[in-house]
Design a protein. Structure first.
Lengths: 588, 681
């Protein structure tokens, strides 16, 4: 720590040292710039995945690529922006000019995750020098590849997953490179949407560029740099305070990824967390090697997953910057399912990255139960429905996640119907919007009573969303993880329930699965999407009978479940407790 | 005689204007929960207003927002389309507090067992796919009433496109149970998005009996003391409604208080021929700001209560004047975080214990304490001397911050003021720069207890050339209510490409909306000749979601007129987002504003005289931050006559506010008594 301006020397206006209050004001303004870029991108985007799901991040780094501030819609992108900037610097060195914009989505180098997540990077020049970078990374709905929507569950090489931008210039000195733009236009299925997303990203960069320069005009670049240094140092200091408060020791967890979408699996994954006074070390040695199907995640995604959960454990409320991660160390052998290399397919990488976060979560939950609940449904439960709109005849692409049940905690029931840990300020698409835009009708959108999640504190309920196809035909791609391995319970609570997709064909045939690619559905057929209930906390028999009866009255559980899971007989008509058949268990 | 009564959380204010004499007066009393009407009546008495003379009574109230935030509304039931009773509880399923894994979703206002489903279905085009089962509606209502609900909300899918089923269901229930207030979603909003519409209908029902009882009591009390004139309630859209209309849609009153200040700014702008204004209302706990473009306040329906960076809140799809509110006011507390960084707010010391200098037991340093230490507030003349401030306590409270940074208490005080100002500057930027407006084109109208204290520094920071401090800034919101028209906003979602729209159906849409406005106003005795319509369209590039509100000419929607609207859209989009596209454009919502104009009072010019020299009370040392310590001349505002001028460094004191004038700034008192500060930046 360098610029802690704690009282030495004579204070006063004439002192050359910058006063501490100015630094605070600049810090706040930097964070505000991040927020403004974030809103600018959302407001101008063409894709629901951006403006409803907020599957993007915007940020500001210093001239060396250290993250100063990041506006996030989802938790997944922590750390990816700085990697993208650092790789840009490494590749272009002196060949960066005012108004240049670099595009990259390469999963195996600087900042890439899967091809759909496209980063734009722009150097900010002040007095002829690069003083900062503005950057964003957004899930573009369509980047070409073998399947509509680009991500799929049965790719075997990255080449099937879309157009690759290997860190190249998109704008030169403020002007778009027509050849690159034409190339994009020719290689994607919905060019207006894709280029709309590109423009939205550019608009956000320009806002950040302008605001950063305003800040330099006002305070001078030296002062701004000093404030940046302080921001990073504060991030580090706050995190270390929390780190020191954590119990020290070695904490381990193991779990299994269902499969890779093309018939292989399950795959064991492991973490060993070592907490010391100065370091939070995550070692993934023992994790399964990279796999043939597209569930691999690369190093960048691994880092993001770890960073997200580290922030949750240490200081969930603080602004994000690279300083917060100085005390974090990650070890992972190469070519595992968490550190895949070219050309292994990665288009549904996020499902595996969620396991990165969940493993640490599972290992640390007993240690920090006030911040970490029992396991949740863990999967983005991503869906693509593609077809021709019955009215307009245009190609429609419904791409969305689905919310599910969260785990119960030491003092709370799990949350009902909330997006997974990888998502964040992610909004489910309204039914009225869905039915207007896409060739589907929603028959129900409700909680289910599948078995699971019983506990002193009950796991949160998962959802059912039924799509009835109104187009002549449609193709369904889904990636529902935790279909085979359930959300974990805690402290004696029961595990939750699985995520699944159930197809109801017109001829009465049914199919149930977690992952599928391009599953053909005809008009009138129904795809039922079901998300899991979260894990319970504490033994179910310690749940107060009145709370059980209230759950029955509200229909969160059935009367049968009340009896079998909790030993409480409830009259479904009146909602009254009729009988308690269980040995008393002390409430912990 | 016109009377405006504004019930706030702590005080109930009254402002009156005697149109014969031009006299403006005010009175203040404590707010009197739960019988809020008592305070209102009390201020009438206190102000010495003769009830018989009142021919216009307008009322703003926090009763609705209080009922919502204190969860003191009635037990409410909800009836939905079969399969969708959980829409209210699922919400949009977002997790705004990204890294908090123990996040708790906002709890629904209606528990699951009071949410019942009935068979019916309409598609997105408004076509009925399954007719409404009337029997199920009756059964559902019966079941809810058996459970003791006092109000019912109805929301069916796609009711914005075709409200027939909702109307039918509402009528059925009203006929059978006339004592149960019912809200069908379409009665409040005709925008798409089922969760937001359901939430709106539910919250309206939840407060409806409360609002009804409250308005009845107030009406009765006014009647009793002999007030015979017309009575109105301030609405969130910046207009008023009759008591009768407010009873049906009480949720429209949710921002009743704060919007009045914005209207006051518009009215004062009219007086001085200034249409581009930024209003700034700084109170004890928050600062609220809003931008006025060519005399028009911005109205949006993206309103939510209890929405923060860490909570999803509850959406209410009603037109609300677009106000940005932040936790920065006189009572905001300055504190150090674990890393040793200084923050100001959003926690406030409130009125009790209040800032440390109040001597009521508060020990935390606040913005007010900092202003006392900096010499900007006169400790002997706070609230006209009602509270004697203790400067030594203010210094004591700031000492830990000074010690932490190794500065003197004076520097610490300035640091707190600057940080609070920076927060306010960010809020002012949110409504201006971030939306493509250049603050240099605007006049800052500052009011509330602390507005005048901070305004000139904020203006300098944003290069705003002119600041206007109205007379009686502490009760300016109530004054604003005197200047308002009746207003009714109709917003209708109908997605339509502009290219197809020119020849098809636009006139029908506007005619329908105007017809509905007439249906609304006619029973209230508002003649057609008093109605003024304004048209807007929420538009976007096809494929986008977020829209830009575009003014639409009242003339026929010819091809040329549509082309004009398209051009306006391109320009507004570029202004706000830095680019425009060649993509097709869509209409999303058609928005009609119907104003039932009322006769406005004419403000008279001040006749009193008084030069700046006569208003001088003394001199004192004041810290002017970057301008350094300076000897400021202190003026008594009441003694400053029109056309008198004051040069900074100066402090202009009045009982409930203090205006800080920086070195180099110049103040002129205009013909209405407003202080107009010319800011050199």
């Amino acid at each position: 720590m360098t610029v802690r301006t704690r009282g030495r020397g004579a204070p006063g206006r004439a002192a050359p040292r910058v006063d501490p209050f100015t630094l605070e004001i600049i810090k706040n303004t930097l964070v505000a710039i991040g927020d403004e870029m974030f809103v600018a991108l959302q407001r101008t985007s063409m894709s629901t995945i951006i403006y409803e799901v907020l599957d993007y991040a915007t940020g500001l780094t210093d001239g060396r690529g250290q993250l100063i501030t990041q506006g996030n819609g989802v938790t997944l992108f922590l750390g990816t922006l700085s990697h993208a900037v650092q790789y840009t610097l490494e590749k272009f060195k002196d060949d960066l000019h005012p108004g240049d914009i670099i595009v990259t989505n390469d999963p195996y180098t600087g900042g890439g995750t899967h091809l759909s997540d496209v980063s734009l990077v722009m150097p900010v020049f002040y007095d002829g020098e690069i003083v900062a970078f503005v950057a964003n990374k957004a899930h573009w709905t369509e980047v070409g590849g073998k399947d509509p929507g680009s991500w799929t569950t049965d790719a075997t090489e990255v080449y099937q997953e879309g157009l690759q931008f290997p860190c190249v210039k998109l704008f030169v000195k403020g002007e778009p490179l027509a050849s690159v733009v034409d190339l994009i236009r020719a290689n994607v299925r919905l060019p207006a949407m894709t280029l709309g997303d590109m423009w939205a990203g550019v608009a956000a960069l320009r806002v950040g560029d302008r605001r950063f320069k305003d800040l330099c005009d006002k305070y001078g670049i030296r002062t701004v740099k000093q404030a940046i240094q302080k921001l990073l140092d504060d991030g580090d200091a706050l995190t270390r305070l929390e780190l020191r408060a954590l119990p020290k020791g070695v904490f381990e967890a193991e779990d299994f990824i269902d499969d890779d979408g093309i018939g292989n699996g399950p795959f064991p994954v492991r973490v060993r967390v070592t907490v010391s006074d100065d370091e939070f070390h995550c070692d993934f040695t023992g994790t399964h090697g990279q796999v043939p199907g597209p569930v691999n995640c690369t190093h960048t995604a691994l880092v993001s997953g770890v960073r997200a959960i580290y922030l949750s454990i240490t200081n969930p409320g603080n602004p994000v910057n690279d300083g917060a991660f100085r005390s974090l160390r990650i070890t992972c052998p190469p070519r595992t399912v968490f550190s895949a290399e070219r050309p292994s397919p990665v288009s549904t990488y996020w499902e595996t990255m969620l396991y990165v976060a969940d493993l640490i979560w599972k290992a640390m939950a007993p240690v920090v139960p006030e911040r970490l609940t029992a396991g949740h449904f863990l999967s983005v439960c991503g869906t693509i429905v593609a077809g021709l709109h019955p009215e307009s005849g245009d190609l429609f692409l419904l791409v969305e996640p689905l919310a599910g049940g969260w785990g119960a905690g030491r003092r709370k029931d799990g949350e009902n119907g909330l997006v997974c840990v990888g998502d964040g300020e992610t909004f489910m698409i309204p039914i009225e919007v869905t039915e207007t835009r896409y060739g589907v009708m929603v028959d129900q959108y409700t909680y289910h009573t599948d078995a699971g999640g019983a506990g002193t504190f009950r796991g949160g309920k998962g959802l059912i969303r039924d799509y009835r196809i109104t187009a002549d035909e449609a193709y369904l791609t889904t990636t529902f993880g935790r279909h085979k391995f359930l959300p974990w319970g805690m402290a004696g609570g029961e595990p939750g329930s699985p995520n699944y997709v159930k197809i109801m064909h017109k001829n009465g045939r049914e199919a149930v699965f977690g992952k599928t690619a391009r599953y053909r559905l005809l008009k009138g057929e129904v795809a039922r999407l079901v998300t899991g209930t979260g894990g319970g906390y504490g033994p179910p028999f310690a749940r107060p009978p009145e709370a059980v009866a209230e759950d029955v009255r509200n229909g969160y559980i059935t009367a049968d479940q009340a009896l079998s899971d909790y030993g409480v007989k409830v009259d479904p008509a009146s909602g009254a407790v009729v009988e308690v058949r269980r040995k008393p268990v002390p409430v912990s | 005689m016109r009377v405006a009564s504004d019930i706030g959380g702590t005080f109930t204010d009254l402002v009156y204007l005697d149109e014969r004499t031009g006299k403006v007066g005010a009175a203040k009393t404590d707010t009197t929960p739960p019988d809020f009407e008592r305070g209102a009546i009390e201020t009438i008495r206190k102000a010495g207003v003769r009830a018989q003379d009142v021919d216009f009574f307008v009322h703003g109230t926090t009763v609705i927002i209080n009922a919502l935030t204190e969860r003191s509304g009635v037990r409410t039931g909800l009836i939905t389309t079969r399969g969708f009773r959980d829409v209210l509880e699922i919400g949009r399923a977002n997790r705004p507090d990204l890294y908090n894994l123990s996040y708790t979703k906002p709890k629904p206002f209606v528990p699951r067992f009071l949410r019942l489903e009935v068979t019916e279905r309409v598609n997105y085009k408004g076509e009925v796919l399954t007719p409404l089962s009337e029997q199920e509606v009756v059964e559902a209502a019966e079941a809810l009433i058996r459970e003791g609900v006092e109000a019912i909300a109805i929301c069916f899918l796609h009711a914005y496109a075709n409200p027939d089923h909702e109307r039918q269901a509402a009528e059925l229930i009203r006929r059978r149970w006339p004592q149960i207030p019912v809200t069908a979603s379409y009665e409040i909003t005709r925008e798409w998005r089922e969760y937001e519409r359901t939430s709106t209908a539910v919250l309206n029902s939840y407060v409806k009996p409360i609002a009804g009882r409250y308005l009845d009591r107030l009406d009765h009390e006014l009647e009793r003391i002999g007030v015979r004139g017309s009575r109105y309630v301030m609405q969130s859209n910046g207009g008023t409604a009759t008591f009768g209309a407010a009873r049906e849609a009480p949720i429209q009153m949710v921002e009743s208080g704060p919007v009045a200040g914005v209207l006051g700014a518009i009215a004062v702008g009219n007086l001085v021929n200034e249409g581009n204004l930024i209003s700034l209302d700084i109170g004890g706990t928050t600062a609220k700001t809003s931008l006025i473009d060519h005399g028009q306040a911005k109205v949006t329906t993206d309103y939510k209560i209890e929405w923060t960076r860490t909570s999803a809140g509850y959406p209410i799809k009603i037109p609300v004047v677009d106000i940005v509110e932040i936790g920065a006011g006189g009572g905001s507390i300055a504190w150090l975080d674990d890393a040793g960084s200084l923050h100001v707010g959003p926690q406030s010391a409130g009125a009790v214990p209040g800032p440390a200098c109040y001597g009521r037991g508060g020990t935390m340093p606040t913005v007010t304490d900092a202003n006392v230490v900096a010499g900007r507030i006169n400790p002997e003349y706070f609230l006209g001397g009602e509270i004697a401030l203790d400067a030594s306590r203010a210094r004591e409270a700031l000492q830990p911050i000074a010690a932490h940074f190794g500065t003197g208490v004076e520097q610490a005080a300035l640091g707190v003021i600057r940080l609070a100002n920076a927060n306010m500057v960010n809020a002012l930027k949110l409504v201006s720069v971030h939306r493509g407006y250049d603050p240099r084109d605007f006049t800052l109208v500052a009011f509330g207890g602390a507005g005048a204290m901070h305004a000139s520094a904020l203006a300098a920071e944003l290069h705003i050339a002119r600041v206007l401090i109205p007379t009686n800034p502490a009760v300016f919101s109530a004054w604003g209510m005197l200047m308002t028209d009746l207003r009714y906003d109709l917003i209708w979602t109908s997605i339509l490409r502009t290219e197809a729209a020119a020849n098809d159906g636009l006139e029908r849409i506007w005619d329908t909306l105007e017809g509905q406005a007439l249906e609304y106003f006619t029973p209230q005795g508002i003649a057609r000749s008093r109605l003024v319509f304004q048209r807007f369209a929420d538009m976007r590039y096809a494929g986008q979601e977020h829209t830009v509100k575009v003014p639409v000419p009242i003339s026929g929607m010819t091809e040329a007129a549509v082309a004009e609207v398209e051009n306006r859209f391109h320009a507004l989009h570029e202004q706000r987002y830095t680019f425009k596209l060649t993509s097709p454009i869509e209409f999303v919502n058609f928005h009609l504003t119907a104003l039932g104009t009322v006769e406005k009072p004419r403000m008279r010019r001040l006749r009193k005289n008084g030069t700046a020299r006569e208003a001088v009370k003394g001199k004192r040392e004041v810290d002017f931050d970057a301008h350094g310590q300076a000897t400021a001349t202190i003026y008594e505002r009441d003694r400053l006559g029109p056309a008198s001028t004051v040069k900074g460094p100066a402090i202009i004191e009045e009982p409930a506010a203090t205006t800080v004038v920086f070195p180099g700034q110049r103040v002129e008192v205009d013909g209405y008594g407003n202080l107009v500060i010319e800011v050199r930046s």
